[in-house]
Structure formats: C-alpha cells, structure tokens
Write a protein that binds this ligand. Structure first.
Ligand code: NAI
Length: 386
C-alpha cells in the first residue's frame, strides 16, 4: 500500500513505516557520531516510542551502550490502517539494537497500570537483574485508575481567561486564542495525569521489588518557557502538574534515600512533538523560536537535547543542576539574546509578516518527520508493508 499523510487538527492519522525507520536510523547515526560516553548501563524508559523518550532511549543505547527496556502505548497496524508512528519507531529501534548486539525489549501497554509495572519488574528480574536509570517521559491525555476512574488532562489556564496571539498552522494566519480557566476538577485531573504520582508509584514498585540498583538515577521532563507562555503553560493546568512532578523529584530522593536514588527534573527545550502541537499559543512561539535559534546556530531537536543530557548534564553521581536542583536543557532557549529577539518578533508578527518572522516551514517539517513523512531518501511512491 502507498501511505500518504492524513493530517487532522494536531495529528497525522497515518504513519510511514519506512520513514519512521529512517528517522530512528538518523537519530542513532547522530548519537554514534558523538562516540560513546560513560553512563547508565541498564535503563528503563517509560514513554519510549516518540519524542524525548525515544531520543533518551537511543542515547542510552548508542551513547552509553546500555541495555534498554521501554514502555509505550501504541497501536499496531490493522487492515488498511497504519500503525502509529511510535509503533514503527519502536520496531525500527528494537531491530537495529538487536542487530548491533544491544539488549532492547518493550512493553506496549498502559504505564499507569499495575499490570504493566508487574510485567516490567518480571522482565528486569529475568533479564537484567536491576536497572540503574529510569527515564519518565510520559505525555498522556488520560489516566485510568485501578478502580476504573478516568482522569483527563486539559490545557487551560488557572484563574483567569488568557488571550494571546495564536497560529493557524494550516492557513499560516496569526489569529487570537482565547483560553478559558480550568475548573478545580480539571486542575486536579491534569495533575493526576501529568503530575508525579505515577512516577512515584513506579519508583516505589521497582525499589520494593529489589530491581532498582543502589545509587541509581531517575529523570522526568518538564518545561518552563518565557513569561509569554506562562499563563497557558507554567501557570496553567499543565504547569500545576509539572510543579507536582518537581515536588515528586524531591520526594523520591527523600523516600528512596537508603537506596541512594537521585531523582531529577530536566527542563527541556520547546519542540514540536505530538504532545506540544496541541497546546494553544505554543506553536506560534515555537515557530518564532525555531527561526531565531536556527539563525544563531543554536537549534536542537530531541536527539541533540538528549545527547546533551547524557553527555554533559547527568555527570557521575551528581548532575549539573540550577539552584532548584533542576537540570536545564532549556539553557540555549532561555538565553537573553534569544528571548529578546523572540519577544521582538512576537510583538510585531502578523499574518502578513509570518514568513519573515517565524519558521512555519520548519514546524511542518518536524511535524511530518514525526510521522515518517518528507524524509530525504524515502520513496513515498512505493508500496509498503504496514
Ligand atoms: P510524546 O507524545 O512524543 O511521547 C509520549 C510517550 O508516552 C510515547 O512514547 C507514548 O507511547 C507514551 N505514552 C503515552 N501514554 C502512555 C500510557 N498510558 N502508557 C504508556 N506509555 C504512554 O511526548 P514528548 O513531547 O516527548 O513528552 C515527553 C515529556 O517531555 C512530557 O513530560 C512533556 O511534558 C515533556 N516535555 C516536552 C516538551 C516539548 O516541547 N515537547 C518540552 C519539555 C518537556
């Protein structure tokens, strides 16, 4: 079957198996080119199939020669329906890793469930003994509890309504977004889904089962960003969840002190991923940011960010952190000279000037790449096996 992109709202409902494989290959090649580095040897990545989690896994495997275990929530192909991009990415990663003599296994299931936690513990016991690093890189829209209760995360403000510029990506028009404030229940639900409760559950379950090595590290990903996005991000519902995640990093370190576990938050750069495309206001900010960072030669994607995390920030025993004990991979994004330029464009930008002041093409390029489309060297006219 010839597979074409079918874009609906913030997602593409098809994915290209060969393109996704190529995408994974390029990330592996980038990592290999940087050489190997001392680091964790047995790594569990929760949310391992796309975005930051996939890049973390590739870096651990090809940068540190680590055995990797992944957890993802992806859909296989059925009939004429393609699999999700994450499913193809994972297949490509596992095949390549096995060819290269690197241990790689993945569970496709709900990371929030006890069942998946038990399965992972079983595999670690059987195959690896213990893990020395846990990456928590979930971006989930909902969480189902053991009793069947479902919490759904929302992207809203907290307190007041927020109006600001927004990008209609399809029509390349600058419009206005008006984001309503969330109710108490919505805030609570978002914290349940994207906060740290499940991260803590994972760490406790692993520690209690004896499959977490002493002095191991765990890292979860967060975002802060400039004041302009604070109402929708940092001070919005997702930000409330991220504050909970941050507090959880402190709690994990405290509660697993006897085992010498260190938990960190890594504050990453804003990037086009399946999770970030759905946030209002943020895509316009990202297109301007891409433009400015590319001009200054400071642009990075997930794989560049994660290589910097493993090679420069994790350190031996003690990570390189700011005064709040957070790893800052948003250091380039937040440089004053970058932010000043972004803010200047933000104030001036309109539908007429969008192409001079923002990198909309770069946004779409990343967007299509996520689903395995528009990748150099892939012949999209060919029939492919789904
Ligand atoms: P993504 O959407 O690319 O990846 C999410 C991963 O979670 C996928 O592997 C998916 O299969 C998995 N997943 C989702 N629900 C699951 C479930 N119930 N059970 C098991 N696996 C599940 O997202 P992205 O952007 O890589 O986000 C990862 C983390 O990084 C998030 O915490 C996000 O807030 C954070 N982050 C993202 C930034 C961005 O600009 N994209 C910036 C800074 C932080």
């Amino acid at each position: 079957m010839v597979v074409e992109p079918k874009v609906r709202d913030f997602i593409c409902t098809t994915a290209h198996p060969i393109g996704c494989r190529e995408n994974v290959k390029q990330q592996i090649a980038y990592t290999k080119k940087l050489g190997t580095v001392d680091g964790p040897k047995k790594v569990l990545v929760i949310g391992s199939s796309t975005g930051y989690g996939l890049a973390s896994r590739i870096t651990a495997a090809y940068g540190c020669q680590a055995a990797t275990l992944g957890v993802m929530f992806e859909r296989a192909a059925s009939g004429k329906r393609t699999a999700t991009a994450g499913w193809y990415n994972n297949l490509a990663f596992e095949q390549q890793a096995q060819q290269d003599g690197l241990y790689a296994k993945t569970i496709n299931g709900d990371a929030f469930s006890q069942e998946v936690k038990d399965q992972i513990i079983q595999i670690i016991r059987q195959d690896l003994g213990q893990v020395d690093m846990v990456v928590y890189s979930l971006a989930a829209p909902r969480r189902t509890m053991a009793d069947g209760t479902v919490y759904r995360s929302v992207l809203k403000t907290v307190g007041e309504e927020f109006k600001n510029k927004n990008l209609d990506l399809k029509n390349r028009q600058v419009t206005e977004a008006c984001i309503p404030p969330a109710s108490e229940e919505e805030i609570e639900a978002t914290v349940k889904v994207m906060g740290g409760e499940d991260w803590m559950d994972w760490m406790k379950a692993l520690a209690e089962a004896g499959v977490l090595a002493s002095n191991s590290i765990t890292v979860a990903y967060s975002y802060i960003g400039p004041a302009l996005t604070h109402p929708i991000y940092y001070n919005g519902t997702i930000g409330m969840a991220k504050k909970h995640l941050y507090q959880t990093s402190i709690d994990i370190t405290e509660q697993l002190r006897d085992l010498g576990v260190k938990a960190y938050i890594s504050v990453n750069k804003a990037l086009v991923t399946q999770a970030s495309a759905a946030i209002p206001v943020v895509p316009l900010y990202i297109t301007i940011l891409y433009k400015v960072m590319k001009e200054k030669g400071l642009h990075e994607g997930c794989i560049e960010q994660m290589n910097r995390l493993f090679r420069e920030k994790l350190g031996k025993g003690n990570a390189v952190v700011d005064s709040d004990n957070q790893i800052r991979l948003d250091d380039y994004e937040m440089k004053p000279e970058i932010q000043q330029e972004v803010m200047k464009y933000w104030d001036e930008i309109s539908s007429e000037t969008i192409d001079q002041m923002a990198d909309v093409d770069g946004y779409w390029e990343d967007f299509y790449h996520m689903f395995g489309f528009q990748i150099d060297g892939v012949d999209y006219t060919q029939d492919v096996e789904l």
